[in-house]
Design a protein around this ligand. Structure first.
Ligand SMILES: O=C[C@H](O)[C@@H](O)CC(=O)C(=O)O
Ligand SMILES: [Zn+2]
Length: 280
């Protein structure tokens, strides 16, 4: 397990590129038949990746649960959101199977003991990207296809940020303890997400970029609004966004990303918007 302690904005001002990447960038989430986990001390958010190829893989595969989470199973005191960003596959939660196609989402409640991932076709393996945070009560494990998500179109072609924010794990769709999650798709020719940028002092946010063509990249902006930096991100990488940081990206092509938030509230619009003219 890759453990990240959190940096503060004063310290961050002096980071080199390498230090920024070590602290915030999650470079690798998928390896055949493995579960890769990054544990962030920012709100104890964890990013998991699982790509089952030749066998079914359990969520706790290769993880010493008691040592790392202090519980007998990973979701004993946690909830989790899963998106499939690969070929079709199945997630089995305590015996119930959920068949998941590309961009389908599954909310898994706290208290789920066994989670097992498999792919329909080893030639086109499923890729399960997950975000998980502490939870103190159980809700209902729910399958959420794109058709059940809230769709919020925003931006415009003129400002190169024409996109749709799809809210999957959101209070309008289902109840969770603190997790909210969704997927934002940029239209062809649009490259900016979340610009004008914002912070939300009351929540942290994890971004996972995918559908970035192989020879393209996304410049992910972070830092306080008065002191911005960027991290160059390639396909299927994630980045940790502490509450004090903006989180916005500009691609050399269009792309898709999954955002996941946890913290004090679930008010999507509880944001401190920053005018572009005020950014430094
Ligand atoms: O707090 C909200 C999150 O940053 C994202 O939902 C923003 C986003 O997907 C976008 O503007 O493109
Ligand atoms: Zn945000």
């Amino acid at each position: 397990m890759d453990i990240r302690y959190s940096a503060n904005p004063e310290h961050f001002k002096r980071f080199t590129t390498e230090e920024m990447r070590k602290e915030f960038l999650i470079e690798k989430l998928f390896e055949a038949d493995k579960v890769l986990v990054t544990y962030s001390h920012v709100d104890r958010m964890c990013a998991f990746g699982c790509m089952p190829v030749s066998r079914a893989v359990a969520l706790d595969d290769g993880i010493d649960c008691y040592h790392n989470f202090g519980t007998n199973y990973i979701l004993e005191r946690r909830e989790m959101g899963v998106f499939n960003v690969g070929g079709a596959g199945t997630v089995k939660c305590d015996g119930t199977e959920y068949h998941m196609g590309f961009e389908d989402c599954l909310y898994i409640t706290k208290g789920t003991k066994e989670v097992i991932f498999s792919s329909d076709d080893p030639e086109k393996p499923a890729k399960f990207y997950m975000a998980s945070a502490p939870a103190h009560c159980s809700y209902t494990t729910t399958f959420i296809p794109m058709s059940k998500a809230n769709h919020r179109p925003c931006g415009s072609p003129e400002t190169a940020n024409d996109r749709v924010i799809n809210q999957f794990i959101h209070p309008d769709v289902l109840k969770t303890c603190q997790l909210s999650m969704g997927l934002t798709q940029l239209k062809k020719g649009s490259v900016w997400n979340t610009m004008p940028a914002h912070t939300h002092e009351r929540r942290m946010e994890l971004y996972f970029y995918f559908e970035i063509p192989e020879d393209q990249a996304v410049f992910h902006m972070m830092g306080t609004p008065q002191e911005t930096r960027h991290i160059v991100m390639h396909n299927e990488q994630a980045v940790i966004g502490p509450s004090w940081s903006i989180h916005s990206g500009c691609g050399t092509s269009n792309y898709t990303f999954i955002w996941a938030m946890v913290g004090e509230n679930q008010e999507f619009d509880d944001m401190d918007n920053i005018a572009i003219k005020d950014l430094r």
